[in-house]
Design a protein. Structure first.
Length: 590
């Protein structure tokens, strides 16, 4: 093989790996995180887990991606270690689909319809269709399909290029000698392990082996142990993913390793044991792409059927390897304080990662609401324990804002669909508003604390007015959280009339308080505290309005928030005016 042959082989390998990456990315975007959500909601039935793991891996074309996702689930507490075992086994079976697809390149026939099954025949058609989608379609789904088709075409072109480049090696005695050396099971096992560990993809390494079959110099005796090694080498990705994770997450990565190690040992012991008694003639025959796919599938099915009944033993073995910490042990730094479901491993599947962000943001909203409502209770009846609860909740919301903001920024640098980009923008807008609501809750708590310390009381009328104001703010808060969780545009349009009512109540309370001061019915110090509370309430309503408007901005192709609100208030739209009147009637001051 000359220099140009080497360049062709390396270029073919590059195209092969790139095509696999593009196709996998397109499949992941097209699924929109749905496959990962299916895994997340998995039942405890281990046979269903195997089928589901196989199905998901067959679709996304990467057992490494599935296993890393499972490690992330376990690390986040979404999935138990016992549930993860079946999925990991199924992922090994699902990844064999890729090798069968690649084996189609070896089809030889003069029949027109049979020749159409050969990738070299239909890949150009898929490439043309895919490029057409990418260039001329504006629909997100169509462009995702275009990525899948182009990725597949590039993958198969790379496979053909590699096969063509290595074909002359059949006449190189040194190359044939190396392959013959791999007939030694231990050498072949080591070679397959190292190759797969380096490129971190068993599908890719099996594809490379299938391409080498084009030389006609790869006997089954060399291919079988290499395939065994490839299954061990693919565990490297999950093991790396487990670094710095929780104990159960690292155990999940170990289950993957133990499954492949033990499965390989048992398979090779049985296979070569029978070969010693009854020699397998086919081991001396030249391997082809379909044969490689068959060996790959048989091994993974064999390992799964043999070891699935002992999945509990694999789990216990992983637990024995990574033991529980003793009472006096110092726990290693595993990112304590982080929100578990915001696992960095999920960043490779943006659709699912965004679902986790939405869940975390929903929890943040609950904490902000609880802080506000608890602080409102302190205004009328101050209790130190409840006051400290507000402080803790406000700190929790601050923590969520920091973690979510950082995670969303990282997620935003990835390849997001248009819908996911809108959701990400919506979350980035709103976590700041939720954090500010918790700050105002803290302000209300501090105002209530000052009233308690100075032994001041509101006048009976002021208390009644403040009670009405409090109920209005509670309603606008609850409406805003419904809008935030449900993304309901019509509900979002209904928040501004209520916010307008809150503004009116704020102004009216201030006016009435000034009148009471003139009549000597209230103390000026009490007035300062009341003003702090009502101002915080009014600003909470403003942030609730921001949440609603940010949803409208995203769904209606963007507009200026202030301009929209001004236009809405000045428009005098009958529906808006009627809603404001209904809310003002509902929250009429006594």
């Amino acid at each position: 093989m000359d220099v140009f042959g080497i360049l062709n082989m390396v270029g073919g390998l590059a195209l092969f790996l790139y095509g696999m990456e593009v196709m996998g990315g397109g499949l992941s975007k097209a699924s929109g995180g749905r496959l990962e959500r299916v895994l997340e909601k998995l039942t405890a039935n281990k046979w269903k887990a195997v089928l589901l793991g196989a199905g998901v891996t067959a679709v996304i074309q990467s057992s490494s991606a599935t296993t890393v996702m499972v490690v992330g689930f376990v690390n986040s507490g979404i999935m138990k270690l016992g549930q993860a075992v079946g999925i990991i086994m199924g992922a090994n079976v699902g990844t064999t689909v890729t090798s069968w697809i690649l084996s189609l390149s070896g089809i030889e026939s003069s029949n027109f319809f049979v020749r159409l099954l050969k990738p070299a025949s239909f890949s150009p058609v898929l490439a043309v269709i895919g490029v057409g989608f990418l260039m001329f379609s504006k629909k997100e789904k169509s462009r995702d399909i275009g990525d899948i088709l182009v990725g597949f075409a590039v993958l198969m072109f790379g496979m053909d290029t590699m096969s063509g480049a290595v074909a002359p090696l059949a006449d190189v005695p040194e190359f044939t000698g190396i392959l013959t050396a791999f007939s030694n099971p231990l050498l072949g096992l080591a070679a397959g392990t190292v190759l797969t560990a380096v490129i971190q993809s068993s599908s890719a390494s099996v594809g490379i082996l299938q391409a080498l079959c084009a030389t006609g110099s790869v006997p089954y005796g060399a291919a079988v142990p290499i395939i065994m090694g490839q299954n061990i080498g693919t565990c490297v990705t999950a093991m790396l993913s487990g670094i710095g994770a929780s104990r159960n997450a690292r155990r999940a990565a170990l289950v993957h390793l133990y499954f492949n190690l033990i499965g390989t040992v048992i398979f090779m012991a049985v296979f070569y044991g029978f070969h010693t008694v009854v020699p397998f003639a086919f081991l001396g025959e030249t391997a082809n792409a379909a044969g490689i796919a068959a060996v790959h599938t048989v091994f993974n099915l064999f390992a799964t059927v043999i070891l699935l009944p002992f999945s509990g033993a694999l789990e216990k073995l992983a637990c024995l390897t990574i033991k529980e910490e003793g009472k006096g042990a110092v726990r290693p730094d595993t990112g304590a304080g982080r929100i578990p479901i915001l696992d960095p491993r999920f960043l490779s599947t943006p659709g699912f990662a965004l679902e986790q962000c939405m869940t975390a943001a929903s929890d943040m909203a609950d904490y902000a609401r609880e802080a506000l409502f608890t602080a409102m209770g302190l205004v009328f009846r101050y209790e130190e324990e409840e006051a400290q609860k507000v402080v803790r909740l406000e700190e929790t919301v601050d923590h969520y804002e920091d973690e979510l903001g950082t995670y969303l920024v990282k997620l935003g640098s990835g390849n997001l669909s248009e819908r996911d980009s809108h959701t990400l923008s919506f979350l980035l807008h709103n976590i700041g508003d939720l954090e500010r609501i918790s700050d105002h809750a803290l302000n209300v708590k501090e105002a209530a604390q000052r009233r308690k310390e100075k032994k001041l009381d509101f006048s009976p009328k002021a208390s009644k007015e403040l009670t009405v104001f409090t109920e209005a703010v509670k309603e606008v808060m609850d409406l805003a959280l419904c809008v935030f969780r449900q993304g309901d545009v019509q509900l979002a349009k209904g928040i501004e009339p209520l916010e307008e009512t809150v503004d009116y109540l704020h102004t009216e309370l201030k006016r009435r308080h000034v009148e009471r001061l003139r009549r000597g019915e209230c103390m000026i110090e009490t007035g300062f505290i009341l003003a702090d509370i009502t101002t915080s309430y009014e600003r909470v309503a403003d942030h609730c309005s921001n949440i609603a408007v940010s949803l409208l901005e995203i769904t209606e192709d963007g507009f200026g928030t202030h301009e929209y609100l001004e236009r809405l208030k000045k428009s005098g739209e009958e529906e808006f005016v009627q809603k404001v009147e209904r809310f003002q009637e509902k929250y009429r001051l006594p």
